[in-house]
Design a protein around this ligand. Sequence first.
Ligand SMILES: C[S@@+](CC[C@H](N)C(=O)[O-])C[C@H]1O[C@@H](n2cnc3c(N)ncnc32)[C@H](O)[C@@H]1O
Length: 244
Amino acid sequence: MSDTARADHDHHAETDHHADTDTAASRTAAEEWDDLYRENERKWSGKPNAALVREFPEPGPGTALDLGCGEGADAIWLARGGRRVTAVDVSRVALERGAAHAEEEGVADRIEWRWHDLAETFPEGTWDLVSSHFLHSWTELPRERILRRAVDAVAPGGTLLIVGHAEVPDGAKRRSHGDGAAHGDSEVPEVDLPTSRKVLESLDLPEGEWEVQRCEEEKRTRTMPDGKVVDHTDTTLRLRRLPV
Ligand SMILES: C[S@@+](CC[C@H](N)C(=O)[O-])C[C@H]1O[C@@H](n2cnc3c(N)ncnc32)[C@H](O)[C@@H]1O
């Protein structure tokens, strides 16, 4: 296994960082996520997600769409493996970091970085792989609707890969807003973290047109930036649209 494949990814923004309810309601997802990204020079590890590497160890040619691409490590993995990638996020800060990283990796010509608030707009077209990793947010996010739209974006014979959190990781810290004070549980907006089975049901796939290749929960142990080791569960749903 390569270093890249082995490396882990810190994915706790949506659970570690809960904005004050009133503040979140009056600010856009783009503002919230840009602020979150600006808190650190780099938010994530720069390595692709383990589930993506496991499912696509050698991505090969074709096209891919990454929904909520963040700083772009998954898009870069796919591009290095031969794909032409469309990488979408609501944070321009994250997209700019992704583009810079892709330059460094020599794959800039294979990735198109596109800003979308997926709650409002979705890129037009179809792709051989549509991938979504940890598209969760403490801001308003119609994830079910976005993922149903993702179904339509998969080309015949293509794959839809949806990876998410099934639970709030132990030890997750909350975002404090300005005053540095942690907010009580009652003020923390609920983040819906469905099982892979529930995600599958919510997609409402037409009978006989899709093959379920993986639908499971996976227990994982992760070392947080502060050194704390936390257990949590991720969900993986891998679907193939049957060729026509
Ligand atoms: C937890 S991060 C995961 C990032 C990346 N997929 C990864 O695995 O590193 C969630 C990402 O979703 C993006 N996001 C949140 N709400 C969004 C929206 N409404 N439209 C597009 N992207 C959104 C955030 O900016 C963030 O980059």
